[in-house]
Write a protein that binds this ligand. Sequence first.
Ligand code: GLN
Length: 237
Amino acid sequence: MLKVGVLAFQGAFSEHEQALEKAFQTMNNTETDSELSLQITEVRVPSHLDGLDGLIIPGGESTTMSIFLNKNNFKQKLRSMIEGVNGRRTIVWGTCAGQILLSNTVLCQKTGSQQMIGGVDITTSRNTYGRQCESFESEISTHHEDLQQDGVSVCRGIFIRAPGVVSIDDSSVITLATIGDENTGNKRIVAVQQGNIMTTSFHPELTEDTRWHTFFLDQILKLRTTSQSCARSNENI
Ligand code: GLN
């Protein structure tokens, strides 16, 4: 069983749930493990985080979300999921406002910087691409073979008052996707991964393309396989 939670008090959480179901169905058709099932939890209180293998923090409004998370004592549990407790780590994926919440450094036009959950060594700037009315769709180049679909590495992304990755602040952060063109100097990083955390500046849940949700579920399966083989090798010591 894959237990996935979606933070569900603001933003496009139901779209994430639908995309997860769809991605899981396509995966399950190709996986040999027919025993595998997916359980999705709408996370509204900290106890809903218990036992999750994966968590999605959707888009929304990051200030409102961080106030809600702080007021309702989510922060400590979220940090434990990110850092790992008793050897158990969770794959955490933040989209848009979720990226802002998971960034270790956040630049904010209004206050200079903001206190978030953190977890990924990137500097994120809010509303990098402009206001709501300047939201746009763009072709995205993916840079990980598991993000190719039928051999195609390009997909579309919807950017809504999207945050930008200003800098990658540790060499262990991998760039998963970019937009723009290096030759014209307007290339920008729009998705990263560092260990068990991934972020996307755009909204994959708002398109029909389920590759990002498949990638997320795959990361959970990979982490599970690694943990199981580590546990087995410890038993043998
Ligand atoms: N700009 C928003 C913020 O700062 C995020 C927008 C989104 O999640 N679509 O929180």
